[in-house]
Design a protein around this ligand. Structure first.
Ligand code: ATP
Length: 241
């Protein structure tokens, strides 16, 4: 339809000192979809997410969330508006229990009944987190920390979740499980996701719409069903030749 995208980047350029990491990046994410940015190591995927969530201020361009210009706003403000970032490496609070990590995600929310319902939802997606609710998060495996990190974004009542390389360091089996649950969260809760991945196969199967990033520039975009059929994608990203 003619609905405005929930997230829109226009001509974004971000750098680390003299090193330009992304240039002229424009992309849009529609409400309720899973979008993905594919690209090899160092292509700038993480930088896109950090620029959206306010960790990095761009040199040029703009980031709009729900029609509001949030370019270079404070990260805490952006989370408050309903946009959460699940970083590469997860970053749980290792000395807090699983339950307290989840509660931290919801600490600014006033509706305690809704928070309790979301806690139940999280435990239904990731039953292992219920089993380990009283244990320190630092004792969880890498995959379980990934689950906790995604769950914290749910606890923050996020409308949009930015997900950085959920497959990183996980076995193929666990990666598949995490992706299946990410898709369920999207379908059942209507949560919009922007997922960056080196694992193009998983990402193209889970997502609706995809962008391909090379050297900080978007070089291709299309519905994932179409991207999967493109010869360049098969050759360079799916390893099918
Ligand atoms: P990866 O999968 O390795 O995280 P990526 O696609 O997410 O790769 P970015 O992390 O966004 O890529 O990095 C883009 C470019 O910016 C790379 O050339 C990288 O070396 C550079 N870069 C990233 N972080 C920094 C930093 N803190 N200081 C300087 N250069 C950086």
């Amino acid at each position: 339809g003619d609905e405005q995208p929930v997230l829109r980047l226009a001509n974004v350029e971000s750098a680390y000192g003299p090193v330009k990491a992304i240039r002229g990046v424009s992309l849009q994410v529609r409400r309720g979809e899973i979008a993905t940015v594919l690209g090899s190591n160092g292509s700038g995927k993480t930088t896109i997410l950090k620029t959206i969530s306010g960790i990095i201020d761009p040199l040029k361009g703009s980031v709009e969330f729900k029609g509001e210009n949030i370019t270079a706003r404070d990260p805490a403000y952006i989370v408050q508006q309903g946009l959460s970032h699940v970083p590469e490496g997860r970053e749980v609070f290792p000395l807090l229990s699983v339950r307290d990590n989840l509660a931290m995600g919801a600490y600014t929310r006033k509706d305690r009944d809704a928070v309790a319902r979301d806690m139940e939802a999280v435990f239904s997606y990731f039953p292992i987190l219920r089993e380990r609710a009283s244990q320190d998060a630092g004792l969880l495996s890498g995959g379980q920390q990934q689950m906790l990190s995604i769950s914290r974004a749910i606890m923050a009542a996020s409308e949009v979740i930015l997900l950085d390389e959920p497959s990183l360091g996980l076995s193929p089996k666990l990666t598949k499980e995490i992706f299946e649950i990410v898709v369920r969260i999207n379908r059942e809760r209507g949560t919009t996701l922007l997922l960056v991945e080196q694992n193009a196969n998983m990402a193209l199967n889970a997502a609706d719409y995809g962008y391909v990033l090379e050297n900080g520039r978007i070089v291709m975009e299309d519905d994932c069903a179409r991207l999967r059929e493109k010869e360049d994608i098969k050759e360079f990203y799916l390893g099918m030749k």
